[in-house]
Ligand binder design. Structure first.
Ligand code: FAD
Length: 449
């Protein structure tokens, strides 16, 4: 579809990139999805965001909001619409070093945040990749390398500067518009456009980093062993497991991060992992946190990684769940399976404190497939895992629909999210409203994207 942009507002002069602009090829797409928007607005301020919203309304253009362009659903681009791209808004400022309070603009990448905070001895746990944007992650969750030590990113967001769909600029904090703050911490994408966050960072310079490889038995005892170790582990330890097929032997590639620079603490935290089965240590070092969310990850997004992804949360890895995970990773059409440890600080907040309500689950499981495998192939694998799951994280879903909404925002959380999206975005400029009927939670990815 080709749409021509009508008259543009003068305050956006030079900031509207149309298909005839030489910068357009590097701005049209996201990491997973090639788009062909009518225009991309490179916003430099909240006022620019408000003007771009007005432009989209006046010309009735579908709208996409982009911070880092790493969203798995590709919703940060479109065909024939307007994209508000925040990548020019990437300042990172320490507001109060004693209180560890920092202000981060939504268009920064997490590598840039880590880099800017390192000289102050501060860090924010975000995700595992430096090219992911602040805006998409800090409005939804943030399950990062330090998740069991620090909690989720949203747990430490103290205020958000938001441009509402009607163009109003608001600061949401516990005193001024606490409802908006609540929804921006877990379900922000449907309420407003975050332009900056005030986040409480943690004192951190170097961390323990280890990579281990374990043979995985088909009965899943190794995975249960990993889960048992993580249930008892000190909060300093967070781990991610990738299940891979190596010939006929399934392997678990475990990345372990210990939030400490003390060799004895690191060794003590890692030691129990060696007992989960036949484990070899590939490497163990003390590294700066900036090595984990590295500026080496920074790249342009050109639709280079088409994929289909879904996820679920596990309260417990039962023997049946462990077997199902191994089968999903090693069957005839295997999915790439990742497990992320939760618990620790991620379980501390009251489930009603933010729109990210899932606080009792111990593990996040993410399943991905890549072309030529598509959604039906992923569904075939996921159907065997879904019965073991209890909720989902909206950011690891490439085809979000009503079922995703119900799994990510169950019960009273979903009711409140729906109400607040309607209050702040009555015309559904940002998000298709989820169905008001209470769809029973199901773990199956049903959409065809
Ligand atoms: C390689 C890779 C690794 C990842 N690793 C992790 C991880 O370790 N932990 C984790 O928690 N997640 C991880 N994710 C998922 C990540 O949290 C989401 O993809 C997130 O949406 C990316 O943020 P972004 O700003 O880059 O998104 P974008 O693609 O820019 O935006 C995606 C959507 O988020 C919303 N959005 C974006 N910016 C704003 C804003 N400023 N205000 C309101 N809504 C906004 C919009 O709906 C937009 O369409 C990973 C994703 C990838 C591709």
């Amino acid at each position: 579809m080709t749409t021509t942009l009508g008259t543009s507002p003068t305050d956006l002069a030079g900031k509207i990139i149309t298909p005839d602009d030489r910068r357009y090829p590097l701005l049209r797409s996201t990491y997973t999805t090639t788009g062909r928007p009518a225009a991309v607005v490179l916003a430099e301020s909240a006022a620019d965001v408000a003007s771009a919203l007005r432009l989209a309304r006046e010309q009735q253009l579908p709208l996409a909001v982009r911070s880092g362009g790493h969203g798995l659903s590709g919703s940060a681009t479109n065909n024939g619409g307007l994209v508000i791209d925040l990548s020019e808004m990437r300042r990172v400022d320490v507001l109060d070093r004693d209180a560890r309070l920092v202000r981060v603009e939504a268009g920064a990448r997490w590598a840039q945040v880590a880099q800017a905070l390192a000289p102050h001895g501060l860090a924010i746990s975000s995700g595992d990749h430096g090219n992911v944007g602040v805006g998409g992650l800090a409005t939804a969750g943030g399950i990062g390398w330090l998740v069991r030590h620090y909690g989720l990113t949203v747990d430490h967001v103290r205020a958000v500067e938001v441009v509402l769909p009607d163009g109003t600029q608001v600061r949401a904090d516990p005193v001024n518009d606490p409802d908006l703050l609540w929804v921006m911490r877990g379900a922000g994408a449907g309420a407003g456009i975050a332009v900056a966050f005030e986040i409480e960072a943690t004192e951190l310079r170097d961390v323990g980093f280890a990579q281990l490889v374990a043979r995985v038995d088909p009965a899943g005892e190794t995975l249960q062993g990993w889960s048992d170790v993580m249930a008892q582990a000190p909060r300093e330890l967070s781990t991610k497991v990738i299940l891979a097929s190596h010939g006929t032997t399934p392997l678990a590639v475990i990345t372990a991060v210990v939030a400490s620079d003390n060799p004895a603490t690191i060794q003590q935290a890692l030691q129990p992992l060696l007992g989960i089965g036949e484990v070899t240590v590939q490497q163990a070092h003390i590294v700066p946190y900036t090595d984990l969310v590295s500026t080496a990850h920074l790249h342009r997004n050109t639709g280079q990684m088409p994929s289909t992804t879904t996820n679920g949360l596990l309260t417990d890895i039962t023997p049946d769940a462990a077997r199902a995970l191994v089968t999903a990773a090693t069957g005839p059409d295997p999915a790439l399976i990742q497990l992320r440890s939760l618990g620790g600080a991620a379980g501390d907040p009251d489930p009603a404190a933010t729109a990210f309500t899932h606080r009792h689950q111990e593990t996040l499981v993410i399943a991905s497939m890549f072309p030529p495998h598509d959604r039906p192939a992923l569904s075939a694998v996921w159907d065997t895992l879904a019965p073991h799951t209890d909720g989902a994280y909206v950011n690891f879903e490439s085809a979000p629909d009503d079922t995703t909404f119900t799994r990510a925002y169950p019960g009273p959380t979903g009711t409140r999210v729906r109400e607040l999206w309607k209050r702040y975005d009555p015309d559904s400029i940002l998000h298709r409203p989820p169905s008001t009927s209470e769809t029973p939670p199901s773990g199956s990815p049903s959409s065809s994207r």
